[in-house]
Design a protein around this ligand. Structure first.
Ligand code: AMP
Ligand code: GLY
Length: 426
């Protein structure tokens, strides 16, 4: 298992539930260390990872974050005959280059916001000035979730273009930008297991991206999540038919067959679902609410996908909610190294995944922007949310912040929809 955040702790926890499985994590974190042997290998040193996996006789490597995949981890492993749950570098381009993803969608008529890509900042700026409506400016490459500006004015869009292309605030990721029309609607994250042209959707998730209650404040990696997301009836079918299956087919037909989990960030617009972005991995914190609802041996499910067999996807009937506990100041500047209290008072039924923690002088301390994820389960969404907050209550560290409205005040919650998880399709 490659990675070190809350998503990876959830992956390791779910893999360990299979029993009889020995897990090695690299680099891991203090939470993962209770389930796995942690090895100090850099996440993007794909050659070192491949030789470690070969030496240890690893049967399946599961990759959490996008960077090792974009760096060719799956290719290096395949060259040594090692199995990986995750796409090749060519297929990971669907996340690693927004211009690639957008042009793929255009070639295959997959619904997404209208766009134009630019390699020249003055062309991009004159396009912004000529645009009539609001625009969104995106750095082409990987920018740790910070490469998107939903501009309120043309001036803000121009500043974003200059920041990305001229000032290079995200380095080479901003050498090219995508400028797209601004869409209106509710967002949902729909992930699917994919092998070539075959697609097996997971339960839909709602991610809470903004730092503050009421969706105020800056965008973050995600401050919480709920699953199954209460989507309008029929929407899941549209996402599968119009987006997930066509994109898997497009990738295969363009010589970049996809293996792994494909994450579609969707805007539910008045014209139907449109793609905001694709990610080549599980979402964080989406994984933390999907995995507790998935039944059966997780390792076997992932092996089925890698080997091209239909995985048996069975879902609990209830719901899951995740509340992220973050360092004060996140996603901007924050301090780390604060001691953490109260973990042992968290009720037994609540899972606390470590996202950014470290052990210093035999004490657990904060070590990242997102520190913990409290995950509650329940027969209803309301029940899951209240269990997640029961997990938050005892935990304390200096500067701790979290949203108090995860899963609360959702307008379209209908019990019937919550109960209907998607079945697999091929
Ligand atoms: P992305 O990383 O591309 O998903 O963008 C991050 C966030 O920016 C999304 O979750 C949306 O909230 C917002 N966003 C991205 N593209 C658009 C768009 N075309 N219209 C409106 N909001 C967008
Ligand atoms: N939670 C959003 C992401 O993982 O990209």
């Amino acid at each position: 298992m490659v990675g070190s955040g809350g998503r990876e702790h959830a992956l390791a926890w779910r893999l360990a539930q299979g029993g009889g499985i020995q897990i090695y994590a690299t680099p891991g974190n203090p939470g993962i260390a209770s389930l796995a042997t942690c090895l100090p290998v850099a996440q993007t040193d794909v050659a070192a990872l491949a030789s470690a996996a070969a030496d240890l006789g690893i049967g399946l490597t599961v990759v959490g974050p996008e960077a090792p995949l974009a760096a060719g981890l799956a290719d290096a492993f395949a060259a040594q005959g090692l199995k990986v749950f995750g796409p090749s570098a060519a297929a990971a381009q669907i996340e690693a280059s927004k211009a690639f993803a957008k042009s793929l969608m255009r070639r295959w008529q997959i619904p997404t916001a209208d766009f134009k890509a630019f390699d020249d900042s003055s062309d991009a700026i004159s396009y912004v000035r000529r645009s009539s409506g609001r625009v969104v400016v995106k750095a082409d490459g990987l920018a740790a979730g910070k490469g998107v500006v939903v501009a309120r004015t043309a001036a803000e869009a121009e500043t974003a273009v200059a920041d990305f292309m001229v000032r290079r605030v995200h380095g080479p990721a901003g050498a090219r930008v995508v400028i797209e029309e601004c869409l209106d609607g509710e967002e949902a994250s729909v992930l699917a297991l994919v092998c070539g042209e075959r697609v097996w959707p997971l339960v839909p998730v709602q991610d809470y991206k903004r730092a503050g209650d009421g969706d105020n404040g800056p965008n973050t990696g995600g401050m919480g999540a709920i699953a199954p997301a209460p989507l309008p009836g029929g929407l899941m079918g549209q996402v599968i038919d119009q987006i997930l299956e066509p994109v898997a087919a497009a990738m295969a037909r363009e010589g970049r067959p996809y293996t792994g989990v494909l994450y579609a960030g969707i805007m539910v617009t008045a014209d139907g679902p449109k793609v905001l972005e694709f990610n080549c991995r599980f979402g964080d914190p989406e994984a933390q609410v999907i995995l507790p609802l998935l039944q059966g041996s997780f390792a076997d499910i992932l092996l089925d996908v890698v080997d091209g067999r239909t995985p048996p996807l069975r879902w609990s009937t209830g719901a899951a909610a995740c509340v992220v506990l973050a360092s004060g100041g996140y996603p901007g500047h924050y301090r780390t190294g604060f001691p953490i209290a109260g973990l042992e008072q968290v009720p037994q039924d609540i899972r606390v995944f470590h996202a950014g923690t470290a052990v210093a002088d035999a004490r657990l301390v904060t070590a990242g922007g997102r520190v913990f994820n409290a995950v509650g389960l329940g027969p209803t969404l309301e029940g899951a949310v209240s269990r997640a907050y029961a997990g938050v209550a005892p935990i304390l560290f200096d500067g701790m912040q979290y949203r108090s409205d995860i899963g609360r005040g959702i307008h379209t919650v209908r019990q019937a929809e919550l109960a209907s998880a998607p079945g697999g399709t091929e």
